[in-house]
Design a protein around this ligand. Structure first.
Ligand code: FES
Length: 148
């Protein structure tokens, strides 16, 4: 990231032209996570095929620019991956793909990771499968931040 510039070009691009924004009808899984501190909310929809590959992913974010950019990038990163591989799309991976975020905006990328996990959890529950390493989603990530 260039010095003196708060957001990378990629963040600005995904903020101005978000990819995969919207809804999926009859999704395989849907997850909604909020952060009570800033009031932002993110929802992720997943369309998963019979081989547990993510065919499509869409998002709706009621939140700041960094949250929009991270959701947009996160959807791009999970499409085409198996549900197991999608667990590797952590907030760190999303931030790296965006060439970084300012420190005060790191929590925004956590919303993306958590809402993907929540959508995967929903899918796993509906289909009675276990995704190894996936933990029950938190509805509000602010709780976690406070404990840090
Ligand atoms: Fe809340 Fe960015 S300020 S998600």
């Amino acid at each position: 990231m260039a010095e003196g510039q708060a957001y990378s070009k990629k963040v600005m691009d995904h903020f101005m032209n978000p990819r995969n924004m919207g809804e999926i009808e009859n999704p395989s899984g849907v997850g909604t996570v909020g952060n009570a501190k800033c009031g932002d909310i993110m929802r992720i929809y997943l369309d998963i095929d019979d081989n547990q590959v993510i065919r499509d992913c869409k998002f709706k974010t009621f939140g700041c620019g960094a949250a929009v950019a991270t959701s947009s990038m996160a959807t791009e990163l999970v499409i085409g991956k198996t549900v197991q591989e999608a667990l590797n799309v952590t907030n760190k991976a999303v931030m790296e793909a965006l060439d970084g975020l300012p420190p005060v905006k790191v929590h925004c990328s956590l919303l993306a990771e958590e809402s993907i996990h929540a959508a995967l959890w929903d899918y796993a529950k509906k289909n009675n499968i276990v995704i190894e390493g996936l933990e029950a989603p938190r509805v509000d990530i602010h709780e976690e931040e406070r404990q840090e």
